[in-house]
Ligand binder design. Sequence first.
Ligand code: NAD
Length: 481
Amino acid sequence: MTAPVSRVPMWLGGEPVAAQTDAWFDVLAPADGTVLAQVPRAGREDVDAAVTVARQGFFTWSGQAPAAREAVLLKAAELMAGEGGARFLDTLIDESGSVIAKARNEIRYSVDLLRTAAGECRRLYGDTFPNDNPERLSMVFREPLGVVGVVSPYNAPLSLLVKMTAFPLAAGNAVVIKPSEETPLTALAFGQLLLDAGLPPQALSVLTGFGGECGAPLSGHPGLDCIALTGSTHTGIAVGKAAMEHMRRCQLELGGKSALLVLADADPEEAAAIAADGIFTHAGQICMANSRIVVEAPVFRDFTAALVRRAEALHLGDLRDENSRYGPLINRAALDKALAQVADAVARGATLLTGGEALHGLTMKPTVVEAPPLDCALWREETFAPVVSVVSAENLDEAIELANDSAYGLSAAVLTHHLQRGLAAARRLRSGAVHIGMHAFQSNALAPIGGLGLSGLGRSGGRYSTEEFTELKWISVEAPA
Ligand code: NAD
C-alpha cells in the first residue's frame, strides 16, 4: 500500500490555509515523477483575500522601526544559516531537480541576501535641496510602496525568491508571493522561516497556484502597489501590460541569451573550463547561462575541441552525489523544446558536436552545436537547457557585433588575459552586466542585477532594490526666518 500524499497548506496573512475552492495540485519530482506533496490551487478569490490582508500587514510592518525590521531579517538569515536552512536542502533537490552542490549554493546565497537586505533597513536615505526662496525648505523622503506582489520562477526557487522578497520587506512593504507551480514547497518553507523570524503574519502571504489562475489575477490586482516578476519574457510582457493598466511599478527580471567572447589570446583549455561551467551549471536552467559563445578564429578549433571534451566528461549521477554536475530539466515541455531547437538548427546546417538527445528521463546530454544559422531559434531564443552554440569570428569587432545582435541583454562575458582589451569589449557589449575572465553567470547580493531589451526592466540587489521598492516624496515647508 502506498503512503497517502501529504497536503501542505499555503500562507494567507501568516495563517496556513487551503484554497477557497479546496482544490489541490500535485508537486512532482523532476528526477522520477514522484508526487512529493499536494498544495492548494489558489485562484482569484485567494488573491483578493491576500491583497486585502496585506494592506493591513503593510501598516503594521512599515510602522516598525528600521532596527526592528532589520532584526527580523537578521533572524531569518540566522535561521537559514543554521538548522532552518538545512531543511531546504532536500526540498530543493527533490522539487527542482538540483544537484546537492547547487542546492547548498542557493542556501548560502540566500543567507547573504537576507543579511544584505537587513542592512538596507537602515538606509532609506532621504535628501534636501536648495530653494531660491530662503524661507522654503525642501526635503525628499524615501517611502515604501505598500503591497508588493512577487511572482517567482522554478530554476533557483529559493535564492531568487529570497532576493525578491527580502528587499521589499526591508523597505517596509508587505508581500504577496506567488511561486512557480513547479516549486511551491520551497516557497512555503521560506514563508514558515519568515514567520519564525518574527515577520508580522499579515505582511506575508504565499499563494500556490498556476500562472494563469493565480499569477495573472495577482499581477492585475488593483490593490497592489508593485509587481515584481522573475520569469520568462513571455510572462514579463503580460505582467508588464497588467502593471501599466494600473500605472503601477513593475520590476521584471526576464530571460537571457548571454554571449561569452573568447578572444585570441585566451588559453583554450582554461576558457573551455570556464565556458562549460557557465552553460552546464543546473543543466543550463540559468537566466545568465552563456548559451552563445563567440570565439576569435585563431583559437576556435582548440577551444571547441576542449569544450566538447569537457561536456562529454561531465558527471551526471544521482542528485545527492557530490560530484554530480546537473540533473533533469524541470518538465517534459522544457526537454522537448531544447531537443526541437537543436534538431532545427542541425536540419538547417549546424554541426552537432556532442549531445542533442536525452540521457535518461528528463536529463539531457550536454550539447555543443557549431555554427547554427544566425536566424534559428537555437541562436536567437532562450533554450534554458544544457545546450551551447559556438561560432567563430574573424576579429573583436565581428565578435561584438555577433554578441550584440540579440533581443536580450542580461549578462555577457569576455575571456582574455588583456585587461584593456577586455574592458574595451565590456564597454561595447550591450548587456546589463559584463564579466571579464569569468563566465556570464555571476551573482552578488550588492550588484544591480537586471537586463536590457527583452531581459527586463529595473535592477535588483543591495541599494538598487531599495530604490525599486520605494517611492520618493517631496515635502516642502514655508518657514519664515
Ligand atoms: P515563467 O515565466 O513560465 O514563470 C514564472 C512565474 O510566472 C511562475 O510563477 C508562473 O506561474 C508565473 N506566471 C506564468 N504566467 C503568468 C501570467 N500570465 N501572469 C502572471 N504570472 C504568470 O518562467 P519559468 O519557466 O518559471 O522560469 C524560467 C524563466 O525565468 C527563464 O526565462 C529565465 O531566464 C527567467 N529567469 C530570469 C532571471 C533574471 O534574473 N533575469 C532569473 C531566473 C530566471
